[in-house]
Design a protein around this ligand. Structure first.
Ligand code: HEC
Ligand code: HEC
Length: 379
């Protein structure tokens, strides 16, 4: 904090003023495009700061020419705040107790937590395409980053790199909570326009959005606009068939389900949905409102039998209400991202965002569950 303040006083802004050493290493690795095979791709290539660390392309090309992923790269803002995978008890439509999956990283929740996630992009053949741990360790050592890996064997070298990426993604720059909605929730009612306030009302009442995109505190002090659950909203099919959560758990009822994303900075992260099938927020809102009334407009989805028809698809909202919801999305954009200038590599960190150390308790990893085991309620 104090270092941040000095930087600010000097008129430099708090640009990673007080970044701890491990996070600093993580940042270097995040920016490094020489590790991939062939060289030329790093985390930054698909998680662009200008797009709130998401990819504006529908799907991202891999390091190897001709290869391409199947999902739209999500924003990394607030990604470190997504809780680790867990099983939550709830009641099914017959009133029976059942367990559902919540949390976990990736859009299908297949990584238990962030530390589990960050290793994947290096070895994914459609991403950085590194053959194995030995090759990654050799590349990291060659880069050296100021002797960071001195005296470590392959496994520990890679582990240190993964831990560094986690430390970096937990940094205040990824969780500023300085959107206009935060000012509004802090009591400044003028922070939202009239239309945005109407949109928020729809969001929390007739639109039913806040059932999943929570507007209250859950796994974090400030609202994340996600319950980190999974659902099938019936995304229009495009590209390969994608079974989502169902492929991880082996449960038919969970086929086609994807993680509820945070809506923070959503105005900067087009295109939308796990497959990037919808181009604009206006269309997303029209989809929620009239999906089931306009089947020819939206086409088929991959797993029609698990699509959620209860909470969406025929909301009966007026055009004005749809427009108000679209407006509301702008209120979710962090101002430090909007303030980025040409040539800025990263957004500046606003004053007063707590250091990771101060929020340590929130970053604890939880017990692992066997997601494929039968999920019966406790006796
Ligand atoms: C080739 C493009 C590409 C590269 C390179 C890449 N990513 Fe990603 N990233 C994606 C895509 C696509 C997804 C979603 C994949 C999925 O859900 O299966 C993703 C998902 C993630 C997530 C999960 C977010 C969430 O909401 O669950 C994190 C965290 C992440 N990436 C961090 C990184 C880091 C760190 C690196 C560098 C080591 C990296 N990515 C490199 C494309 C990329
Ligand atoms: C039953 C839970 C649920 C409800 C209710 C819900 N959503 Fe979603 N929302 C999701 C899921 C799940 C996704 C991701 C779907 C996918 O990737 O296929 C999503 C995706 C989105 C996206 C795209 C985000 C991105 O980064 O691609 C927007 C925007 C959005 N929702 C807004 C809303 C609004 C506005 C409402 C109310 C009209 C709403 N949602 C109601 C679960 C829900």
């Amino acid at each position: 904090m104090r270092l941040c303040l000095f930087a600010w006083v000097w008129g430099m802004g708090c640009l990673f003023g007080a970044e701890p050493p491990l996070a600093k290493l993580g940042k270097k690795i995040f920016l490094d495009t020489t590790l991939s095979n062939p060289q030329g791709q790093g985390c930054i290539s698909c998680h662009s700061p200008k797009a709130a660390f998401s990819d504006a392309r529908r799907v991202s090309p891999g390091a190897m020419a001709g290869r391409v992923g199947r999902r739209n790269a999500p924003s990394l803002m607030y990604a470190a705040l997504i809780p680790p995978q867990r099983l939550e008890d709830t009641y099914d439509e017959n009133g029976e107790l059942e367990y559902i999956v919540e949390g976990g990283l990736f859009l299908d929740g297949r990584a238990h937590d962030l530390l589990d996630q960050v290793r994947h992009p290096f070895f994914d053949e459609n991403e950085m395409n590194i053959a194995n741990g030995t090759e990654l360790a050799a590349k990291l050592r060659k880069r050296g980053y100021g002797l960071e890996f001195k005296g470590l064997d392959d496994k520990d070298t890679n582990e240190r790199a993964f831990q560094a990426l986690v430390a970096f993604l937990r940094e205040p720059v990824f969780r500023p909570f300085n959107a206009r909605i935060d000012d509004y929730w802090a009591g400044n009612k003028d922070a939202l326009s009239l239309s945005e306030r109407r949109g928020l009302d729809v969001f929390q009442t007739t639109g039913g959005c806040a059932t999943c995109h929570l507007t209250g505190a859950a796994s974090w002090l400030e609202p994340l606009l996600s319950d980190s659950g999974f659902d099938n909203i019936g995304a229009p099919a495009i590209g390969d068939i994608d079974p989502g959560l169902g492929a991880i758990t082996g449960k038919a009822g969970e086929l086609g389900q994807f993680k509820v994303p945070t809506l923070r900075n959503v105005a900067l992260t087009a295109p939308y949905l796990h497959n990037g099938s919808i181009a604009t927020l206006q269309e997303v809102m029209e989809f929620y409102n009239k999906r089931d009334l306009e089947p020819e407009r939206w086409g088929v989805s991959n797993y029609p039998e698990t699509v959620n028809h209860e909470d969406m698809g025929d909301l009966g909202l007026t055009d004005q209400e749809v427009a108000d919801l679209v407006d509301l999305m702008d209120a979710f954009t962090d101002r430090n991202l909007l303030k980025m200038k040409e040539g800025d590599l990263f957004p500046k960190v606003p004053l007063g965002v707590p250091m990771t150390e101060e929020r340590k308790a929130f970053f604890m990893s939880k017990r692992r569950h066997d997601l494929t085991a039968p999920r019966r309620p406790r006796e």
